[in-house]
Design a protein around this ligand. Structure first.
Ligand SMILES: Nc1ncnc2c1ncn2[C@@H]1O[C@H](COP(=O)(O)OP(=O)(O)OP(=O)(O)O)[C@@H](O)[C@H]1O
Ligand SMILES: [Mg+2]
Length: 252
């Protein structure tokens, strides 16, 4: 049975998509089958792994106009597949609000994925709206990327309240799989302090691996490549490989 993880942080630009892509890539390179689910109408994940055909994708799957097999795409990396998103997904957010059981559409849509993939990674948009609630309802575990900045703790508190609410009302078996730091710049004292503070508070919920700020990570998606394809020796690649190993070790 595959594990479903969701990348959530209501703050924009903290590394959700970059992390989903590259953790997925290293899970695949570690011999696991991984499915990336682009659940953001920005479709950064889809284009970031070099997929040009955005439709049919997750929106069509949710709305019932496409079946599971028709929305699956293989990437250039062996073992890594994607369900793409398109701008149409922004309409889904509005349509879902009206529906009964609106939080469970993604869970139902991903039912066939569980016994075909070892890992299913959902990339959410930067909000705690109905799409993210669907992501949290569908998942076994939440992965929280955090940038090391001043308001990080406040944002995290709100996010964890939301997770608690989901656990109580929609998905009792949801766990916080872990928090990890992204775009870390060891030269700034603030970054060091945020890591210290969050680690002291959340203890073993914090992954050991810290993702450094690394320009190669921001270049790779414009070539439609994972970091393992674009520059496997750079610091960002090594960090994501380690993080994927931690995810594998925790998630068995
Ligand atoms: N470790 C890193 N070092 C340098 N640049 C990074 C790193 N991680 C991500 N980036 C860049 O920072 C930007 C934001 O990253 P990303 O798109 O992964 O964040 P996000 O949380 O998915 O954003 P959004 O909330 O808009 O979906 C992107 O341009 C990405 O290429
Ligand atoms: Mg994103």
């Amino acid at each position: 049975m595959g594990k479903i993880f969701v990348f959530v942080n209501q703050k924009g630009g903290v590394g959700k998509t970059t992390s989903a892509i590259n953790i997925g890539a290293y899970l695949a390179m570690g011999g696991k089958s991984a499915l990336l689910v682009d659940f953001d109408s920005q479709a950064n994940l889809t284009s970031g792994v070099g997929i040009k055909a955005f439709k049919p994708g997750i929106y069509e799957l949710l709305s019932g106009s496409a079946v599971f097999d028709s929305v699956l795409r293989k990437t250039a990396l062996n073992g890594l597949s994607v369900i793409p998103a398109s701008i149409d997904l922004s309409g889904a957010a509005v349509e879902l609000i009206e529906q009964k059981n609106r939080e469970f559409f993604l869970k139902n849509a991903l039912e066939p994925a569980r016994n075909r993939f070892d890992y299913i990674l959902i990339d959410c948009p930067p909000s705690l709206g109905v799409l993210t609630l669907n992501g949290l309802s569908a998942a076994d575990g939440v992965l929280i990327p955090m940038q090391c900045e001043y308001f990080a703790m406040e944002g995290l508190t709100l996010l964890l309240q939301t997770v608690k609410r989901i656990q109580k009302n929609l998905n009792p078996s949801l766990t916080i799989e872990g928090i990890f730091f992204t775009m870390y710049d060891s030269r700034t004292r603030l970054a060091q302090e945020v890591v210290k503070e969050v680690s002291a508070y959340f203890k073993d919920k914090v992954f050991t691996t810290i993702i450094p700020r690394n320009v190669r990570l921001s270049e790779a998606p414009s070539y439609g490549m994972t970091i393992s394809q674009y520059d496997p020796q750079c610091s960002g690649a090594k960090a994501y490989r380690n993080l994927a190993m931690e995810v594998m070790q925790r998630g068995v």
